[in-house]
Design a protein around this ligand. Structure first.
Ligand SMILES: Nc1nc2c(c(=O)[nH]1)N[C@H]1C(S)=C(S)[C@@H](COP(=O)(O)O)O[C@H]1N2
Ligand SMILES: [Mo]
Length: 418
């Protein structure tokens, strides 16, 4: 016979799960809570109708969730960067309006009717496509992260910016819809000598990068949509190049031309920029794939623990330009003990992964770190391990382990340990 469950039983069951009610309010304590006893304004009037919000926006209570920039970082906002508010997000997808932006000459406002994609150079047929032409190639859907090689660059010499939005926010993770670059190149007929491509952007910076043909024919896409809707102007509307797992600079936005050549061009963005100056003065050439990396997004400096000791959800994101992330380790005592985090959500190659560590906080100060393992077996290094190999002159490609010091009040700070 099944026992009839009373409300009292349910409450008791709930409390037992919560460990003596560490995070539950008992019915007795809740007595007189106006959130329960008072009729709220939204309970007393009709809401707006279906025509009021043809393109919906987040609740006004979420107005703090926004991209932010660091004023002193660059000389001018048109050649600058803003950062994804990682600490305010969950799951693995970055909402379109919150994807960090990196422009070298501001946002190009392109009229798709006046935009063309040209293929020229070492091809049998030099071709020009309208946006309509591109829509006639087979379409594909893929989730990929885009990380600027400069992400965490300000942290090379030591802990600096107070918030994962600023230390790790030059990344977004989006589902792209688009056509395979290899299908488009095939119509032009790449000649045997064609070993490299040079995509070029239609913005005033005329961004160009050399990309080896193997990568171009492997998984590169010409994207038209992000998270189901057309690309945003900030992200390269109407088309951008998607170069899975490789540094963000190669993902040319407002794509207008692809030249096929027999050798790399060595333009600005692959020589004086986006290369790493090693200790001996030599520069690392062509660092394309972004190595495995992770960061704890909550708690973090912009997202303190406010509930005190007891059940606590720690979470963060991890990614690798070389594959997926089967495992993330987490420590709350600065690396004395490591715990395997719980991976949750879809796991795609070269996509962001979400991890959680659900634990009972004793209310004492903590030193939080996360360490990603990728599907190739590579393990995310400490910042000191990176410095041993790369010296102190680097800016780009910092995938070292991040530390947050959490004090007894739950406030978090960017620090570096041993
Ligand atoms: N045409 C063009 N493409 C560009 C850039 C640019 O300034 N112009 N910036 C590059 C850099 S450095 C990065 S990190 C990514 C940023 O993409 P996002 O603005 O979608 O975040 O775009 C790349 N593609
Ligand atoms: Mo970048």
């Amino acid at each position: 016979m099944t026992k009839k469950t009373t409300r009292r039983d349910l409450l008791r069951g709930g409390l037992a799960i919560a460990g003596a009610g560490a995070f539950a309010t008992t019915a007795a304590r809740a007595q007189g809570d106006p959130a329960i006893t008072e009729l709220q304004p939204w309970m007393q009037q009709l809401g707006e109708g279906v025509d009021a919000r043809p393109y919906g926006m987040p609740s006004p209570h979420e107005a703090h969730v926004k991209r932010r920039s660091v004023e002193w970082l660059t000389a001018d906002p048109v050649s600058s960067v803003n950062f994804t508010p990682l600490h305010d997000l969950d799951g693995i997808i970055t909402p379109n309006g919150l994807c960090f932006e990196r422009h070298h000459a501001g946002i190009a406002e392109v009229d798709p009717a006046q935009h063309r994609l040209m293929i020229n150079g070492l091809v049998d047929y030099e071709l020009v496509f309208t946006m309509e032409d591109l829509a006639r190639f087979p379409r594909h859907n893929k989730v990929y992260f885009l990380e600027c090689a400069a992400n965490s660059g300000m942290e090379w010499r030591g802990a600096q910016l107070n918030g994962c939005q600023f230390t790790h926010g030059m990344i977004h993770n989006v589902m792209y819809t688009g056509v395979m670059l290899r299908d488009v190149l095939a119509t032009a007929g790449v000649q045997t000598a064609g070993k490299w491509i040079l995509p070029e952007g239609a913005d005033a910076s005329g961004m160009t990068r050399s990309i080896p043909m193997d990568k171009a024919l492997d998984d590169c896409m010409i994207a038209t949509h992000m998270n189901g809707e057309r690309l945003r102007p900030e992200q390269g509307y109407p088309i951008r190049l998607v170069v899975p797992g490789w540094e963000g600079n190669m993902w040319v936005k407002w794509l207008r031309r692809i030249e096929v050549g027999d050798q790399p061009w060595h333009h600005r963005e692959e020589t004086s920029k986006y290369t790493d100056l090693l200790a001996d003065g030599a520069a690392r050439r062509f660092t394309w794939a972004m190595d495995a990396k992770s960061v704890i997004t909550n708690p973090s400096p912009q997202a303190p623990l406010t509930h005190g000791a007891g059940p606590t959800v720690l979470t963060g994101v991890a990614w690798s330009g070389r594959g997926s992330i089967p495992r993330v380790d987490v420590t709350i005592d600065g690396g004395k003990n490591w715990h395997q985090a719980r991976m949750d959500g879809p796991s795609f190659d070269k996509s962001m992964h979400r991890f959680y560590f659900d634990f009972d906080w004793d209310g004492k100060p903590m030193l939080l770190q996360s360490r990603a393992h990728d599907s190739t077996g590579y393990v995310q290094p400490t910042k000191n391990q990176l410095r041993q190999v790369r010296g102190e002159n680097s800016i780009y490609h910092n995938n070292g382990i991040q530390t947050w010091a959490v004090d007894a009040r739950g406030e978090a700070e960017n620090v570096e340990i041993g």
